[in-house]
Design a protein. Structure first.
Length: 144
């Protein structure tokens, strides 16, 4: 008999175990995940925190997991500078592009303005907002 149980909240040991299983499977098939995590922090001239970006490079792509700014830093160019820094880091690391997700009430227009193209979305169902995925490639051809 198989039993399925629920784990509420974060469980680092479970996450590491599952990631290890995925890594082993990928390595056996010739594609190692080998994630490279990096973060970027923006501060004003007085050293006060304005926001940051947290992401990881993996399998040729840079995934932006989190990008957040203090309210006073929005619409000032800080977000664009953080993205530019992440893109420069991704290029220097030999990655082919950046991808991320956002919600319709967050910043889809911001990402589109900076050259990111939408490649998927979840529909707004049951009063829940749309989640959208964007990517930006660094001059490489797409393959099917």
């Amino acid at each position: 008999m198989i039993e399925i149980s629920t784990i509420e909240g974060e469980d680092e040991a479970l996450e590491q175990r599952l990631q290890g299983m995925l890594d082993t499977h990928a390595e056996r098939n010739g594609t190692a995940f080998d994630p490279q995590t990096v973060g970027f922090v923006a501060r004003d001239g007085d050293g006060a925190f304005l926001g940051g970006l947290y992401d990881r490079g993996q399998l040729g792509w840079f995934f932006i997991k989190l990008l957040a700014l203090e309210a006073r830093a929005r619409q000032t160019g800080v977000g664009g500078r953080l993205l530019a820094e992440a893109e420069a880091h991704a290029r220097a690391s030999g990655l082919i592009g950046v991808f991320l997700d956002t919600y319709e009430f967050e910043a889809p227009g911001f990402y589109a303005k900076l050259g990111y193209k939408e490649f998927g979305r979840l529909p707004p169902v049951g009063g829940h907002p749309q989640r959208m995925w964007f990517a930006k490639t660094f001059g490489v051809e797409e393959t099917n």
